[in-house]
Design a protein around this ligand. Structure first.
Ligand code: ZN
Ligand code: ZN
Length: 186
């Protein structure tokens, strides 16, 4: 099995953190990294000690849930709380940061924003990142990198396909093949 890259490792950590989100409107995770070491992490959640959207429902004003602190902000605030410098650090986020987080990341000295998914990328956020020299790099999580049985599965699927083809696979089977490829092979 191949070693996973640092980018994949940190991005995987952010995806794991996203699963801890307490607001299901958008599950976001963020990991702050300095010198290849994780110094903080955050997810979309209520302030400590308050109720959670998953229990009480979202607190929506003007179409936005106002209850949560965004993942990126939570990660930065964890650094503030425990006294870790973010100057020159990088962040790995599951989604492209919103405008508020963009400004906070720049102001905290974050140098590179690695993000997995585009998400309503705000034009002004893109402009601000450019203007201030903060790099934004898309790093898609390669789920197969975490599947140690991946190669075996792939071989099994290929053998099944070959058998199906021998038996004149019809339209229905072709549809199923597409589903298998979507779920297991990328
Ligand atoms: Zn919410
Ligand atoms: Zn945000």
């Amino acid at each position: 099995m191949d070693r996973i890259s640092w980018d994949q490792y940190f991005m995987a950590q952010s995806h794991l953190l996203a699963l801890r989100s307490t607001c299901t409107r958008l599950m976001v995770g963020a990991t702050i990294v300095r010198d290849k070491r994780i110094i903080a992490g955050g997810y979309n959640g209520s302030v400590s000690g308050s109720v959670h959207c998953v229990d009480e429902g979202c607190y929506v004003i003007d179409g936005h849930c106002v209850r949560t602190v965004h993942a990126e902000a939570n990660a930065l605030l964890q650094c503030a709380k425990f006294g870790a410098s973010t100057d020159g650090a990088d962040i790995y986020v599951t989604h492209f940061p919103c405008l508020q987080c963009c400004k906070q990341l720049i102001q905290s000295g974050i140098r590179t924003v690695y993000y997995a998914e585009d998400y309503r990328n705000h034009e002004y956020a893109i402009e601000l990142f450019k203007e201030t020299g903060v790099k934004t790099i898309k790093v898609t999580l390669d789920y197969l990198a975490f599947d140690t049985n991946y190669q075996e599965k792939q071989k099994l699927i290929e053998r099944l396909y070959a058998e199906l083809d021998k038996n004149n696979a019809d339209g229905e089977i072709q549809e199923l093949k597409k589903e298998v490829e979507r779920l297991f092979l990328n």
